[in-house]
Design a protein around this ligand. Structure first.
Ligand code: UDP
Ligand code: MG
Length: 319
C-alpha cells in the first residue's frame, strides 16, 4: 500500500492532437469536476489539469494558452512535434510527476467518462497505486472496432502479453509508479503493457465509453494496427519462439522424409534423379528453418537486453 495520503494533489494529464473542436468543452468539464473535488476537500487545491499539445497543426495550442489564462487550474505543455499519443502522454506524466501525488491520464475527446475520476481518487486514497479505468461495454464502438479489439486482446493473451482487458489509457498512477515508469527507456512505448508489468497494488474502476464529443478519431485503421502489433512485439518474444518451434517440427518431419526417400532408393522403386533432387531439399529446408529458430532465440535475448528495462521495482520494506 502506498502511504495513504489525505487530500492528495491530483494532476489530470490529457494528450491532444488537433483537438480544437473539443478542447474548450473538455477544459470546462474537467475544471468543474476538479473545482468540485477541491471544494469538497477531497483533493488538494494545488491539483491541476494539463493539456499536452502533441505537435498539433490546428489551433490546439492557441486555445490551450487561452484556457490557461481563463482557468487557474489548467496548465499546458507543448511538444516540439507530433510524437504520438503514447509518447505525448509519457511527456506529460514525467514532466508533472514531481508536482502531484498521483496523475490521471485521460483522452481529450471526452470518450473516457470523467465521472469515474472521483472513484479513482477514492481508491488511490485508500492505498491503490494504479487504478485502471475499464470499459463496461463497447456499445458506442462500431462492430468492426469492437471485434478487432477483442481479437487483439485474445491474440495478445496467447502471445503472453500481460494486459488489462478493455482498458485503454484512462488510469490513475501514483507518483512512485510514474517514477518507475521513467526507468523504462524503450522507444516503442506501449503503456498498457508496461504499467501492469511494474506491479504494485492495483484497483479497477468501470465506466461506459462515450462517443467522441467532436472532431474525428486520430487513430485510423493503419495506425491502430501498427499500435496493436507494437503492443505485442514490445512485450513478447513469443513470435520468435514460434519460429523456433515450427522450425524444429519441420526439421523432424524432413528427417523422416529423407529416410523415406533413401529407403525408396534402396528398395529400387524410384525414378533416377528423384532422390538426389528431393533429399537436399528436405534436408536443407529443415536445417535452415531450425537454424532460423535458434538465431531467433538469440535475437529474442538481445532484444530483451537492449531494452534495458529495470529488473525489479521495490514496493516496500518491513523493518
Ligand atoms: N493523440 C495524440 N497524438 C496523436 C494521436 C492522438 O496526442 O498522434 C491524442 C488525441 O488527441 C486523443 C487521444 O490521443 O486525446 C486518443 O486519440 P483518439 O481519440 O483520436 O483515438 P480513438 O479514441 O479514436 O482510439
Ligand atoms: Mg477517442
Amino acid at each position: 500500500m502506498n502511504t495513504a495520503i489525505q487530500k492528495p494533489v491530483i494532476g489530470i494529464v490529457s494528450p491532444c492532437y488537433n483537438e480544437q473542436e473539443v478542447l474548450p468543452e473538455t477544459a470546462a468539464q474537467l475544471n468543474t469536476l476538479l473545482t468540485g473535488l477541491i471544494e469538497q476537500n477531497t483533493v488538494s487545491a494545488e491539483s491541476f489539469i494539463v493539456f499536452v499539445d502533441d505537435g498539433s497543426r490546428d489551433k490546439t495550442w492557441d486555445i490551450t494558452e487561452t484556457l490557461v489564462q481563463q482557468y487557474p487550474l489548467i496548465k499546458g505543455l507543448k511538444l516540439a512535434g507530433n510524437v504520438g499519443h503514447q509518447n505525448a502522454l509519457l511527456a506529460g506524466l514525467l514532466t508533472f510527476n514531481n508536482e502531484a501525488d498521483a496523475l490521471i491520464s485521460i483522452d481529450a475527446d471526452l470518450q473516457d467518462d470523467i465521472n469515474a475520476i472521483p472513484e479513482m481518487i477514492d481508491k488511490f486514497v485508500k492505498g491503490a497505486d494504479v487504478v485502471y479505468g475499464v470499459r463496461r461495454e463497447r456499445t458506442t464502438d462500431t462492430a468492426f472496432k469492437r471485434n478487432t479489439a477483442l481479437m487483439f486482446y485474445n491474440f495478445a493473451k496467447k502471445m503472453k502479453v500481460n494486459l488489462v482487458h478493455n482498458h485503454a489509457d484512462f488510469r490513475l498512477c501514483s507518483k512512485r509508479v510514474i517514477a518507475a515508469l521513467s526507468g523504462y527507456t524503450e522507444v516503442n512505448l506501449f503503456l498498457r503493457g508496461i504499467i501492469p508489468s511494474i506491479g504494485y497494488s492495483r484497483e479497477t474502476v468501470y465506466y461506459d465509453r462515450l462517443e467522441r464529443f467532436a472532431g474525428d478519431s486520430k487513430y485510423p485503421l493503419k495506425k491502430m494496427m501498427s499500435f496493436a502489433w507494437n503492443g505485442i512485439t514490445s512485450f513478447s518474444n513469443y513470435p520468435l519462439k514460434l519460429v523456433s518451434i515450427i522450425g524444429f517440427v519441420i526439421f523432424v518431419a524432413c528427417l523422416g522424409m529423407s529416410a523415406y526417400a533413401l529407403l525408396s532408393l534402396f528398395a529400387g522403386h524410384t525414378v533416377p534423379g528423384w532422390v538426389s533432387t528431393v533429399l537436399p531439399m528436405y534436408f536443407l529446408g529443415g536445417i535452415q528453418l531450425f537454424c532460423f529458430g535458434i538465431i531467433g532465440e538469440y535475437i529474442g535475448k538481445i532484444y530483451a537486453e537492449v531494452k534495458q528495462r529495470p529488473r525489479y521495482i521495490i514496493d516496500r520494506k518491513a523493518e
